[in-house]
Design a binder for this molecule. Sequence first.
Ligand code: 5GP
Ligand code: ZN
Length: 140
Amino acid sequence: MIFSVVTCIFCKIGTGEIPAHKVYEDDSALAFLDIKPHAGGHTVVIPKKHGETVFDLSQDDVQKLMLSVTKTMQRIQYVLNPDGFNVGWNHNTAGGQVVPHLHIHIFPRYLNDNGGSMHSIITNPGNESVENIAKRFQKK
Ligand code: 5GP
Ligand code: ZN
């Protein structure tokens, strides 16, 4: 079932109950302009199957979603011709997620637009060394 959660604002955009400016659509995903853009052409891509995070999607659905993200970027490239992109998603509250329906942000970037890179999202490496963290991966 698609766009199945009646209280979800992104499901409501999917059904047309809440209007949005469509950028791209295919069988499994819908892309539309963010209502409070952080860049010209800031777009969000949502899977048509409701899931709160990427962990709630099947492997097949994730693969399809990534293809839809790429197609959306190509559409933005064709229409707006940006100089670059930042693409990613906020995962859970700690990651800045507000809307609990997985959505991938696409930020078109322009030379000298005063924005930062992905690295500017977080600059708090914590107290544990890279070597210690690597060991934890080896143990589990
Ligand atoms: P999050 O912080 O959950 O990753 O981002 C949610 C995004 O959805 C925000 O950038 C916000 O501006 C956008 N958004 C929230 N409600 C609406 C809406 O009703 N319509 C559109 N087009 N975007 C929305
Ligand atoms: Zn939803």
